[in-house]
Design a protein around this ligand. Sequence first.
Ligand SMILES: Nc1ncnc2c1ncn2[C@@H]1O[C@H](COP(=O)(O)OP(=O)(O)OP(=O)(O)O)[C@@H](O)[C@H]1O
Length: 448
Amino acid sequence: MIEAVGLTKRYGDKTAVYNLSFQVRPGAVTGFLGPNGSGKSTTMRMILGLDNPTSGSVTIGGYPYRKLPNAPRQVGALLDAKAVHGGRSARNHLLSLAQLSGIPARRVDEVLGVVGLQDVAKKRSKGFSLGMGQRLGIAAALLGDPQVLLFDEPVNGLDPEGILWVRNLMRALAAEGRTVFVSSHLMSEMALTADHLIVIGRGQLLADMSVKDFISANSADFARVRTPDTEPQLREKLASALTEAGGHVLPEQDGALRVTGLPLPRISDLAHEADVRLWELSPHQASLEEAYMRMTQGAVDYRSTVDQKAGLQQQPQPGAQPPAPVPGQGQPGWYAPPPPQQGGQPFAMPAPSAGPYGGAPGTGPQTANPYAQPGAPAQQPPAAAPAPQDQPQALTKQAPATPAQDAPQAPAAAPAPQPAPAAAPPAPAAGTAAAPAPADSTQPEDAR
Ligand SMILES: Nc1ncnc2c1ncn2[C@@H]1O[C@H](COP(=O)(O)OP(=O)(O)OP(=O)(O)O)[C@@H](O)[C@H]1O
């Protein structure tokens, strides 16, 4: 088991990881999700003893990596598939890693077979495609037949067949009772691969729950209702009737209405009572990808200036009200968040008080969920953002006004001095040889 407690990492005045506590259990694939720069790789490097935490701790099987007996046989990792000596053949690369860790040469041929590189084993890895490089990195991680495996973006660059292969491999490794920790940006892929999810944003925990719970908490049902385009007044009439009946109604880009909080038969009855004809009444489910985007959108650090979702980061004007639906046009950019689930607290951004990102230390997952309340425009009105024109549905725009995005980006505190390791760390696990060199506490970390 991997266990992080209050894990924090600062690089100068940049806090990469803040007060992260979680457990990664054996016998399951645990997906590690977060936007670019959210601290996934930093966390993985700390797990592997390649970076020192500024505070907090992380252990594998109860030991910090550097104190783990026979670490290369217990832990394997793929951090950076490109970090190989390009002049070496795949086999020689693995052979050198195996020799460093006392692993017999026959294991090299075994893992080459497992990852499907046996036919190119004698080719220099500098000629490898991205996907072949990933396979070589995975082979290195498997070399010591470890019980604990960490993979940083293992499907990066793989074709669909390769992605499927990685998915099956991860699941098979977990089924053998191993601890499998996999970082990814792809919620959809993780929904298929992982049993459990740990989601971070700006270095802080946003969610730690089983995929099953994540799905039931976040993939909310809604109905799409469309009235005849030729009679916009019917749409208005229906919207009023549904709202009066307790439904939450938002316009979609194509002029339909997105309705939450009312079952389909009730919507049909209400339309009938209001004497409104319907052209469409269909059940839908918000995708996990949407839920993940919504969860992390307040914690996205890097966003293109031409990104249509840039408006997600804008703050609402004081006193702003949501625009009234425009018959026949909808309100592009409006999107109905799913209703809060019974007893569910799907995710929570940190509170806007203490902490480097505005979150009170230790309060992250317990604080109120700013996205869980549908239909609270007076509190969280949307920004008057430019409307996306090519979104199929108005699903991706919301003004979350997350506390995190208001908060200062970095703590003022200087990094705590790191004690130098008492002894040289053990050789990295077979797979981690493809990773950056272990942290040298005498070097400025930013310079590494
Ligand atoms: N050695 C370093 N010196 C200074 N800042 C760093 C260093 N390593 C990481 N960071 C910063 O810490 C933050 C977290 O980076 P990290 O690479 O862990 O994120 P990530 O979630 O793995 O991102 P991605 O998904 O893009 O790989 C980023 O802002 C990054 O710039």
